[in-house]
Design a protein around this ligand. Sequence first.
Ligand SMILES: [Zn+2]
Length: 172
Amino acid sequence: MQDTEEKYLLETAMGEIMPMKGVHLAEIKIGNKTLQKEEWDSHVDTAQWTKRLILNISQWITCKFRNTNYFFTQALTGHGSFTTYTHRIAKTVNNRCRYCGDTDTPEHTLFSCIRWEVRRGAVKVYLGEDITPDNIIIRMCQSKEKWDAGFNFIIKIMERKEQEERADQNRQ
Ligand SMILES: [Zn+2]
């Protein structure tokens, strides 16, 4: 269980990544579904994931290069094109990865799925080491060049994944 200060810091950070598109902590809108804050708080897995990515909260808050958008927020919160999430809200029939069949968590998509291996190799050149959930944001906050490389890596995967899902749905 988080202590109060940690919880406050996490909520501050979440508040800062959420303001876009009318998304804020009291009422979190994902697609056509609106989660109430209590609902959000009870999503322990999601909070844990965000907390793991934003390991160094003061670095995150003071990071000069930080920006967010729809796809980046999806990746950071886990509320997006991940079947572990879409299955939970009954949008998909199971929680398997569409590309490899593994359980499709945010960590799987961004850091291990074979579908995005080439992109992962490319971003490694910019960030200077193999990326993991525990180092990517820390690395990105080190320079504008690193931020842009990491940011684009994340949003391009999310964008592409959503496009491919939509294309599949249209074929059905
Ligand atoms: Zn996969």
